[in-house]
Design a protein around this ligand. Structure first.
Ligand code: SF4
Length: 77
């Protein structure tokens, strides 16, 4: 699994491609992983991380944002 690096996030942003961002309030409930397994995974600490993809549209990101119990996920350009 390759995680989305800040450098890659910046490149995507420069191309007008949105990517989800998980902030430090994640409690590792894994709801986002269940909803969008192509987008998220849990790291060794059991917290959600965003995988490196070329596009995040149509991958249930909006649903994962809605489902997160602590509002840890947002679209971030
Ligand atoms: S749904 Fe929210 S709290 Fe649960 S693992 Fe994903 S980011 Fe973390």
């Amino acid at each position: 699994m390759t995680l989305l690096s800040e450098e890659q996030r910046k490149k995507l942003s420069e191309s007008g491609i949105r990517a989800p961002y998980v902030n430090e309030t994640c409690i590792g409930c894994s709801a986002c992983v269940a909803i969008s397994p192509d987008v998220y995974d849990l790291n060794d600490d059991g917290l959600s991380v965003v995988k490196e993809l070329s596009n995040y549209e149509d991958l249930s990101v909006d649903d994962s944002i809605q489902a997160c119990p602590v509002n840890a996920i947002s679209w971030k350009n």
